[in-house]
Ligand binder design. Structure first.
Ligand SMILES: Cc1cc2nc3c(=O)[nH]c(=O)nc-3n(C[C@H](O)[C@H](O)[C@H](O)COP(=O)(O)O)c2cc1C
Length: 312
């Protein structure tokens, strides 16, 4: 998720969930092709398994970005065909590409030549008035013919004209049934469903129909949900204490500070750790007030733990 799931966020999430498949923010192929590729591609070894999400529609740039990403050892490269923002549309990629399956397929095939890393696609179930199962199937079939075996499907359409990206994540109605039907009709494909998943019951239910569940906002706003999910699916994996997670972050934070990045770049992702718990507000407030002061270091997190009135 753009501006959210950077490498600091992912390091933190990996401590909460050893087995979740993590995704980078969308990186445009153009940024990698023309810019400082290392800035966009580097990650911590601890983050595996990790997918890089690429946005673009120029097969040469997508191939060149893939060739560079290949050197970094990602576990998957995912093509973004779901983002509805104006900026992305003016670059002719993201969700608007659902109407151009040939272009996505061409990118896919150009990328395949550059790597053995699995390449996957994240899409919506439709766009604008192209809101039928047949439209989704035509898109998927074209990508399957190019070699795609895994699809992450955000189970709502994108409205490309008139809705902000935020509204496009809330207003179009979720339609899980359409994604279930896709799995039924293409049992050989790996289908991961996304959109609106916020508790165990929902996750258990969707997993009766498809192969995987992708969780976005809930994982960011309430990151401890990831630890609970890990424990739910791997009961042998003890549920970690929140404060132990914080302590495990300290050496990482020291290394980030030593590289010259400010504390707030890491702590901003940790604000939700106590969400729903006693002390959540004290935790957030202490971090927000202290992380951006001159010379702020990892002691801020210890101060924030101490500020929580009830042992949590
Ligand atoms: C701040 C923010 C940034 C996002 N950036 C991306 C992105 O870079 N690539 C992408 O595929 N989806 C992106 N999304 C969409 C999410 O991946 C997900 O599809 C959507 O939020 C629905 O899932 P959820 O209900 O679990 O959050 C973003 C969502 C948010 C809230």
């Amino acid at each position: 998720m753009m501006d959210w799931t950077d490498r600091h966020c992912r390091y933190f999430m990996r401590l909460l969930s050893p087995s979740a498949f993590l995704y980078t923010e969308m990186v445009t192929a153009a940024a990698i092709h023309h810019g400082d590729a290392d800035r966009f591609l580097r990650f911590n070894n601890e983050e595996h398994p990790l997918a890089l999400q690429l946005g673009g529609s120029n097969p040469d740039w997508m191939a060149s970005a893939t060739a560079k990403a290949n050197e970094y050892g990602y576990d998957e490269i995912n093509i973004n065909v779901g983002c509805p923002s104006d900026k992305v549309q003016s670059g002719q990629f993201g969700a608007c590409l659902m109407a151009k399956p040939d272009v996505v397929a061409e990118c896919f095939q150009a990328m395949l030549l550059e790597t053995d890393i699995p390449i996957t696609v994240k899409s919506r179930i439709g766009i604008d008035d192209q809101d039928s199962y047949e439209f989704l199937v035509a898109f998927v079939e074209r990508l399957v013919s190019a070699g795609c075996k895994k699809f992450v499907v955000h189970a709502r359409i994108a409205i490309l004209d008139g809705l902000s990206p935020k509204d496009n994540r809330n207003i179009p109605k979720l339609n899980y049934e359409r994604v279930y039907r896709l799995k039924q009709d293409f049992p050989e494909l790996e289908i991961v469903i996304n959109g609106g998943l916020a508790d165990f019951t929902q996750v258990d239910e969707v997993l009766r129909h498809v192969d995987g569940a992708m969780i976005g906002r809930q994982a960011y706003h309430q990151p401890y949900f990831l630890a609970e999910l890990e424990h739910h699916f791997n009961p042998g994996q003890a549920l970690p204490e929140r404060r132990d997670i914080v302590k495990q972050m300290l050496p990482y934070i020291e290394s980030v500070l030593a590289s010259g990045e400010p504390l707030g770049r890491v702590t901003r992702h940790m604000l939700g750790l106590y969400a729903g718990q006693p002390g959540a507000r004290a935790w957030r407030r202490y971090i927000s007030q202290h992380s951006y002061l001159d010379g702020a270091g990892s002691e801020v997190l210890l101060g924030a733990l101490a500020a929580i009135p009830v042992a949590a």
